[in-house]
Ligand binder design. Structure first.
Ligand SMILES: Nc1ncnc2c1ncn2[C@@H]1O[C@H](COP(=O)(O)OP(=O)(O)O)[C@@H](O)[C@H]1O
Ligand SMILES: [Mg+2]
Length: 258
């Protein structure tokens, strides 16, 4: 199937079961280049499993994944390395290395993949920290940072390699509304400054509304509906309506300005 040149990631017919539990059942998905796509769905619907397929941590039972025009779902660990390098990841738990300083945490993906001079490395670290408003924290240890600050540093680490795509797994979950808004603003900033393509999976409707150019609603491993936030808010689909209803005021509040 020919790839549309505006879509950097294409998933076709993805199937995955764990034992007798079907998690993804014929999942099709296109990620538009330079845009922020949100995959919205309840806990347990298969969002993280989908992300893990994209970075090759889980192999599909059937289906295909194409990244940058290349099929990637059957690659070996070694073949996957350059693909993973083009993808920045922000997992739900920020997963910084506790015994390493912020600088060492940030240098980690650079050392593995690039041959930079010390000066270039310092520059990259500064640039990445600046991007997330954490300049000057190079010598701190994760334990000295708040939850929101750790998340920012983890985001700096995700962008330090200048990835083409950033995958966010529940980036605002567990943060208070102010910090969640701060992370949403960073997601928007990274898109605008770096022109990066983003895929955000979340069950947070407020966050989805702020960051999304396009929203896909997932339930039980299938796309139920997709569109802009306003289109989905008017949806006649029973599941989508219920999901928005359950999230209550968020969906019906007046416009949020980013
Ligand atoms: N490695 C695994 N082995 C068995 N079951 C799994 C595994 N990973 C995920 N699952 C199951 O798949 C379903 C979807 O999980 P997940 O994608 O993590 O949901 P979420 O949408 O909350 O991210 C859940 O029922 C989960 O228990
Ligand atoms: Mg998850």
């Amino acid at each position: 199937m020919p790839l549309r040149d505006t879509s950097i990631l294409k998933i076709r017919g993805l199937m995955k079961s764990f034992g007798s539990q079907k998690v993804l059942s014929g999942f099709d998905f296109d990620l538009a280049e330079g845009k922020t796509t949100v995959v919205l769905g309840p806990s347990g619907c298969g969002k993280s499993v989908m992300l893990k397929h994209i970075i090759g941590l889980i192999q599909p039972d059937a289906g295909e994944i194409h990244f940058d025009g290349k099929r990637i779902d059957h690659l070996s660990e070694r073949e996957l390395k350059p693909v993973r390098f083009k993808i920045g990841l922000l997992f739900q738990l920020s997963a910084l290395f506790d015994s390493m300083t912020v600088r060492q945490n940030l240098e980690f993906p650079l050392i593995e993949h690039l041959t930079l001079t010390d000066a270039q490395m310092r520059e990259r670290v500064e640039e990445a920290l600046d991007m997330v408003d954490m300049a000057g924290t190079e010598d701190k240890l994760p334990a000295q940072l708040s939850g929101g600050q750790k998340k920012r540093v983890a985001l700096a680490r995700a962008v330090i390699t200048h990835p083409e795509v950033i995958l966010y797994d529940e980036p605002t979950t567990g943060l208070d509304p102010m910090r969640a808004k701060g992370i949403d603003e960073l997601i928007i900033r990274l898109k605008e400054r770096l022109g990066v393509t983003s895929l955000v999976v979340t069950h947070d409707l407020v966050s989805a509304r702020r960051v999304a150019d396009h929203i896909i609603v997932l339930n039980e491993g299938k796309i139920v509906e997709q569109g802009t936030f306003d289109e989905l808010r008017e949806s006649r689909n029973a599941f989508v309506a219920q999901f928005f209803e359950a999230a209550g005021s968020a969906a019906h509040a007046p416009g949020i300005t980013a």
